[in-house]
Design a protein around this ligand. Structure first.
Ligand code: SF4
Ligand code: SF4
Length: 355
């Protein structure tokens, strides 16, 4: 059974081809401006030298932010589900996943079959993401692939007040002008990023079977800082950047075998930063998609949409996710000032807030 998974991420596109549960080929390419062209180029690349053609694929699943724009995929599945499925192929014991991608960072709690129990995504700003590290590498004039090793040489990490992409860049430039070593600047930034990641992980519960996936997991300095901050030695696979595509390929295989796809149970939207914690949690196990909460939200930030299994569930609208604290005052405030809110409307107790 020959299947493929393709992950169109914000910075890199990855693909994996599997035959009877074994990886035949994998590739990583830069994401171009057009997702359709990127997906075709990535698929062409992963098939090179395999003697296989796209027509030989029995099923293709797409994931990543550009997943809906892969013309040859039969299905698309969220990167959260795919990362959990992919990593448990390598390490079935893993329960806590930190996925550090190009433009966001996610903490995921999963079971032995790679089913997501709970996850949280921090996509509020670029701080601590692949894009952020690229920017810092440019400022410090160090090749991106070297910044991990350089940080490891630090003897005295510089404390950073923020990892907001804009302010951290200015702070890094100011330290550079004062003659602070690049290794100490990088180590300081890694420390600040690791603190933010630790806060995310705590929200999904940290279990000792812990792993890091995504492109940043290849950065040795970042991994060392996370090891120290979290206090656990992470399981690291050969190429943590292809895990989303691998999970997509495994789902493709499941589909060929007639298995259904497990969808996320609890979904948390929000972030934790210097100003506080802002989270809306939807328990998709309880939500029956009745839609009562949608008109009850005076700010129009929630909607009901079909999930990967085709079930209707509530979610926070994509365009509202990065400005939750501005749009949603939290349920207490919402009731106090406006008299209506999603909690009152939901009789199934499927929505909760941490404000
Ligand atoms: S009211 Fe509750 S059960 Fe109904 S869609 Fe909203 S969250 Fe789901
Ligand atoms: S607390 Fe109010 S603003 Fe926030 S999601 Fe619920 S109804 Fe909407």
């Amino acid at each position: 059974m020959i299947v493929a998974g393709i992950d169109i991420g914000s910075r890199a596109a990855k693909a994996v081809v599997m035959n009877d549960g074994n990886i035949v080929s994998s590739t990583i390419c830069d994401t171009g401006p057009e997702s359709v062209k990127t997906s075709q180029m990535t698929m062409g690349r992963v098939l090179e030298g395999t003697g296989l053609a796209l027509d030989d694929m029995e099923y293709v699943v797409a994931t990543g932010y550009g997943r809906v724009l892969v013309p040859f995929a039969k299905e698309n599945i969220s990167e959260i589900s795919c990362h959990a499925r992919g990593i448990t192929w390598y390490f079935p014991e893993v329960r806590t996943i930190l996925d550090m991608g190009g433009q966001d960072c996610k903490a995921i709690n999963c079971d032995a079959e790679g089913r997501v129990n709970n996850f949280i995504m921090n996509d509020k700003c670029a701080g601590g993401t692949g894009r952020f590290l690229e920017m810092i590498a440019e400022v410090l004039n160090i090749p991106l692939e070297k910044i991990g090793e350089v940080a490891l040489r630090s003897k005295q990490a510089i404390p950073f007040n923020t990892i907001c992409a804009v302010f951290a860049k200015s702070e890094a430039i100011a330290y550079l002008r004062k003659g602070v070593g690049k290794e100490d600047i990088l180590a300081g930034l890694n420390d600040a990023i690791a603190t933010r990641c630790l806060n995310l992980l705590k929200r999904v519960s940290i279990q000792k079977e812990f792993t890091i996936t995504g492109g940043i997991a290849k950065n040795k300095g970042m991994v060392a800082q996370l090891r120290e901050k979290v206090g656990l030695d992470p399981f690291l696979c050969e190429d943590p950047q292809i895990i989303g595509a691998l999970g997509a390929a495994l789902f493709a295989r499941d589909r060929c075998q007639g298995k259904t796809v497990a969808v996320e149970a609890k979904v948390q939207y929000g972030y934790s930063d210097g100003t506080g914690n802002y989270f809306i949690t939807i328990d998709t196990g309880r939500c029956d998609g009745c839609g009562e909460c949608v008109p009850a939200c005076p700010h129009g930030i929630i909607e009901v949409a079909a999930d990967e299994g085709g079930q209707l569930k509530t979610r926070v609208k994509e365009e509202a996710r990065k400005k939750l604290a501005l749009l949603c005052p939290g349920h207490r405030e919402c009731v106090g000032k406006l008299g209506v809110n999603c909690h009152r409307a939901c009789t199934r107790d499927a929505i909760s807030h941490t404000w």
